[in-house]
Design a protein around this ligand. Sequence first.
Ligand SMILES: N=CN[C@@H](CCC(=O)O)C(=O)O
Ligand SMILES: [Zn+2]
Length: 449
Amino acid sequence: MQTLAVVENGSVVIGHDGLIKAVGSADIIESQFKGAKFDNVLDASGMCVLPGLVDTHTHPVWAGDRVHEFAMKLAGATYMEVHEAGGGIHFTVTHTRSATEQHLLDGLKSRLERMMRAGTTLVECKSGYGLELDTELKMLRVINSARKSLPIGISATYCGAHAVPKLFQGHVAAAGEWRRRDFDGPPGTGGCRSRREAQVNAGDQVKNPTKNRGKTMEEATQDIVAVQLPKIKKLTASGDLQVDNIDAFCEKGVFDLNSTRCILQAGKNMGLNINFHGDELHPMNSANLGAELGALAISHLEEVTDDGIAAMATAKISAVLLPTTAYILRLSPPRARDMLDAGVIVALGSDFNPNAYCCSMPMVMHLACVMMKMSMPEALAASTINAAYALNRSHTHGSLEMGKQGDLVIINAPRWEHLVYQFGGHQELIRYVIIKGEIVYENDKVLNL
Ligand SMILES: N=CN[C@@H](CCC(=O)O)C(=O)O
Ligand SMILES: [Zn+2]
């Protein structure tokens, strides 16, 4: 991560299939492609060409902003105080449940376009502001529609275990419908309840919907494993949805280690990659759980232990670090240096959500350097190749290599480091963003800074 390969006077050739056909010295490529006809030639003299940025962690589908909570937090309220008082995720859940699908899609598309203009070409997008079947599916459908209508690459994550619902307003299944569901259950579901218990619980829900005013963690876990995941499995099998990853918020007062294990294992049994929130506000032993379950990535890790760091290094689990969270919540930042020194695959993400309203990976890289003592090459690697690894896409994304997707960011500066150094300067610096060889953003108002 310390030594990036920088090619002076280079060229990149992208084919009609959107893949990189050649990358290297301009002289060699010129002779190699002598006589070839190109649809489009961009002269990037004096500029720098970087791989498209990869944002590994976002919550971009929601209605209702939380600007009022920002004021509360500035006045001293902690994230958990706001959450426990029914704000935070719960506030967003209420607004997202009542929003139309079109409203959510419009919001998502404009946020993703904003991310593209900041150089992001592949982004992870979570559900998790529904906490019941109907709204979680609505969010996943919205992510699916955005994937079809925008050029930005999307890795979709089901995050139904983002919080324990305070007021359960969602889906109450008909008893017959519930009984038809194929609850995967044990083996490998840890402390999950049995299929029989799930059915009894379902019957209760149908007979007594008033019981569903809020849920215990165990009930929420059961709803995810026995109701939500089987439905998602059905919809992904029929091609109606594409879901890549499973997530849960493993935190004191949210989902404990056992419930998290149960949910993640059930997702893994369906073929989803495990990529979850762990050790953010309290040490939860999430890293060891991730190693036990074969997780691909764990996000946050502000409170990870030495033992957890060692477990992640051995298991090759990517640490998705989110400097905006520590910045906004005034937490101690995650120990990026200790993780890097231990050989952990460190990646970065914006954590875009109504609590941390940041769409810009260049700003995230800057924060990672200043707050977490990462070098600029480390921050770039963590926002490209390592970030692609965290989303299981490092074979197609994250670097300029032959055969990979032609996703580029071209900046109007003589050194690539300007993209990190000029805090908030990406809007003026970025000249082109290219996805699969197509220009998706062109900025002709580039200033000479
Ligand atoms: N920590 C949990 N989830 C989000 C915050 C989501 C929210 O507050 O709406 C995060 O990654 O920071
Ligand atoms: Zn998050």
